[in-house]
Write a new protein. Structure first.
Length: 179
């Protein structure tokens, strides 16, 4: 019998000062049995950074042909494809053919090595790449509870996150802008 995902609920008061986007998000997140809480929280933050009307989580790790987060049009075209982690070049290349816009958010302690080894190839693709600060994403994951009530304020290259369990600031670096 397969292990089922753990379900989390998040209510987020979002203030994205970079995009003048203000919203209250009521999200349901599934923590896949093979996924770490840190990766799930990186997904949650990437969702906040790209929040818009049709943005949604996919089946994620359960479906390798889908991104972690996407925007699909009414006619089933993929408008935005977001991967979390350190995907290989072939996956990003394939996603660039499937979607109008592709973003990758890395978060691991090995992200710098992944980027330095693949940068030359990744620079040939029309995708955007970002790297979350690993220790700050780890601190964000420590705020995890089955029901989250968070305030997320995005400004510049950081997000200030406050919740019942504490507060943390997560920075990211743009490794490559979309071309």
């Amino acid at each position: 019998m397969a292990i089922k995902p753990t379900i989390y609920k998040a209510r987020i008061s979002l203030s994205d000062l970079n995009r003048d986007h203000y919203d209250t998000l009521n999200l349901t997140l599934a923590l896949h049995p093979s996924e770490t809480p840190t990766r799930m929280m990186a997904r949650l933050l990437a969702f906040c950074l790209n929040a818009e009307e049709h943005l949604s989580f996919t089946k994620g790790l359960s479906e390798v042909e889908e991104p972690d987060i996407w925007v699909r049009s009414y006619d089933e075209q993929t408008m935005l494809w977001i991967d979390i982690g350190e995907p290989d070049f072939d996956r990003v290349k394939k996603s660039c053919r499937k979607a109008r816009q592709v973003k990758v958010y890395s978060f691991n302690s090995k992200s710098e090595t992944w980027w330095s080894q693949g940068q030359a190839k990744f620079n040939t693709l029309p995708a955007a790449f970002y790297r979350f600060d690993h220790t700050e994403i780890e601190a964000f994951a420590e705020l995890l509870e089955r029901t989250l009530d968070l305030s997320v304020t995005v400004t510049g290259d950081s997000a200030y996150i406050a919740g019942d369990g504490g507060e943390v600031e997560v920075h990211w670096q743009e490794l490559k802008a979309a071309s």
